[in-house]
Design a protein around this ligand. Structure first.
Ligand SMILES: [Zn+2]
Length: 119
């Protein structure tokens, strides 16, 4: 990482965000969920949209119970409604707060399975 005297906080935080998106939003969300484990199952927690767009910083309000059911299949992701990639993903569930999509078979699905932090 390049550090300049001018202070590159903007740049480094963006780099970090990109890297995070690339590594996996789900891992972050697992941490968020872990940190909020004490919350009652019916209460909303805020997780990051899992669309993996580099520019996406949207959050989704979801209950722990709902979130637990999403990655039952590692190809499934919770995203905001506007972020569904209809040519790559199939909508499997929709609420007024978020949409659950499944990666279509192929490379994206294979990567999703491979990167599943739950192993
Ligand atoms: Zn998104």
């Amino acid at each position: 990482m390049v550090k300049s005297p001018g202070g590159d906080e903007q740049v480094s935080s963006r780099e970090e965000r990109v890297a995070r998106n690339e590594s996996t939003t789900r891992a972050i969300n697992e941490e968020i969920k872990g940190a909020q484990q004490a919350t009652s199952p019916g209460e909303h927690v805020r997780i990051l949209c899992e669309c993996r767009s580099v520019d996406c910083d949207r959050v989704i309000a979801i209950t722990l119970a709902e979130y637990e059911s999403v990655p039952a299949d590692p190809r499934q992701f919770a995203v905001v409604r506007d972020h569904v990639l209809r040519d790559l993903e199939q909508v499997v569930a929709q609420t007024d707060r978020y949409t659950v999509v499944a990666k279509r078979e192929g490379v994206a699905a294979a990567i999703a399975v491979e990167e599943d932090p739950r192993g």
